[in-house]
Design a protein around this ligand. Sequence first.
Ligand code: TGC
Ligand code: FAD
Length: 398
Amino acid sequence: MTTTEARAARLSPPSASDLFRVDDLLTDDDRLIRDTVRAMVRERVLPIIGEHFEAGTFPAELIRETGRLGLLGMHLTGYGCAGTTAVAYGVACEELEAGDSGLRSFVSVQGSLAMFPIHAYGSEEQKQRFLPEMAAGTRIGCFGLTEPDAGSDPGSMRTTATRDGGGWVLNGTKMWITNGSVADVAVVWARTDEGVRGFLVERGIPGFTTSDIRHKLSLRASVTSELHFDSVALPESAMLPGVSGMRGPLSCLNEARYGIAWGAMGAARACFEAALEYSKARRMLDGPIARFQITQAKLASMATSLVQGRLIAHRLGTLKDAGALHPVQVSLAKRANVRAAVEVAREARTILGANGITLEYPVMRHMNNLESVLTYEGTEEIHTLIIGKAITGEDAFS
Ligand code: TGC
Ligand code: FAD
């Protein structure tokens, strides 16, 4: 045995949910953010999230808390934003989604889908007006792209903005909008004579109404709404001046999909840890069910998925921090990690037996949430086609 091998043999075993010591790739700052968000989730989220999921409500008291911790728009710079690395933002998403996908969704939508377009494409006045309060959590945003008949193909949207004197008139409906009815400002994408443009539509403006989507079996601890625009008169200053065309909304999706690639691993980890703990405690035939080979095979597969997914997420983050991220890499990571998380959650559920179907344990809550995560921000099929196009050069969307 060489000296190096002997030293390796004496090393303490890696933790079950990080068998490849992926956390060793994190910087001290990343670890501080990880530990801070993890503690917040343990103390403030886990004790209440099951009740909120059951009631179909979002824990609004966490909004200011996420703002206080600097998690809203945290990877943006200036205007009250924390200006962290992309990896640090990913680490926060992982910890938030270990609590609940609804909480990570809130933070994704606020930072990546509402603040990002204002930061990237807004006028200086729009940035000053909205971003500091959004970073603090005192103003909430939402992102209106999807419509009843335009989901996977947002380019076929029907919402229009037509020029009227010095301003615009907005008409149409947006559907499945996270934070829709609680938002102070909606970033709304609409067809115009100049191509698709983004508009900042503030709550209370005449003609703008919202209605919540009820009876969801997934993402229950999250507000999902329809937005209705009936001849809403907007000033010229409501339009985002810095972008036109589908590149505008689609570039925002890169940001949110990035966070999901990390977040899904948080949900997967929570399911794995719940299943592992349960397998050691649950006794059958005079011993823990952890001693059965089939249980161990399930746990080994889950632990492997966590390693693979977290390595993908970390590499994605280092590419983003290096300014070298391509959208196809985001698609690959979102698709791979959400699919892996869905499978981990489902496998974990089986280890918990009948207890697995209750809210006493987090697994089925995560499992149901992940069905939304698989669909939003580009369905699994759409990401398959994005990857397919990148590697073959053939467009198979239609
Ligand atoms: P097409 O409509 O032809 O647009 C082409 C223009 O857009 C550019 N583009 C991108 N730019 C930046 N990043 C990307 N990922 C981009 N993808 C496309 C493209 O270069 C072109 O620009 P230009 O300047 O040449 O005009 O689109 P396409 O044929 O390229 O793409 C089709 C498709 C299907 C991939 C796209 O429509 C798509 O991604 N569909 C999925 C829709 C989706 O993901 N919706 C998500 C809505 S938001 C949401 O779900 C929030 S959930 C939040 C939560 O709660 O966490
Ligand atoms: P469809 O596009 O109708 O797809 C149905 C099925 O057909 C899917 O399996 C899909 O993959 C498949 N399909 C569609 N087109 C193709 C194709 N070309 N080739 C092969 N298969 C295809 N949107 C927002 O704008 N803002 C939000 O904040 C937001 N939040 C959401 C929150 C939740 C909880 C959910 C569930 C959705 C949210 N969405 C939001 C909407 C989400 O982005 C869309 O649901 C998603 O893009 C899919 O659109 P769709 O539901 O209309 O499905």
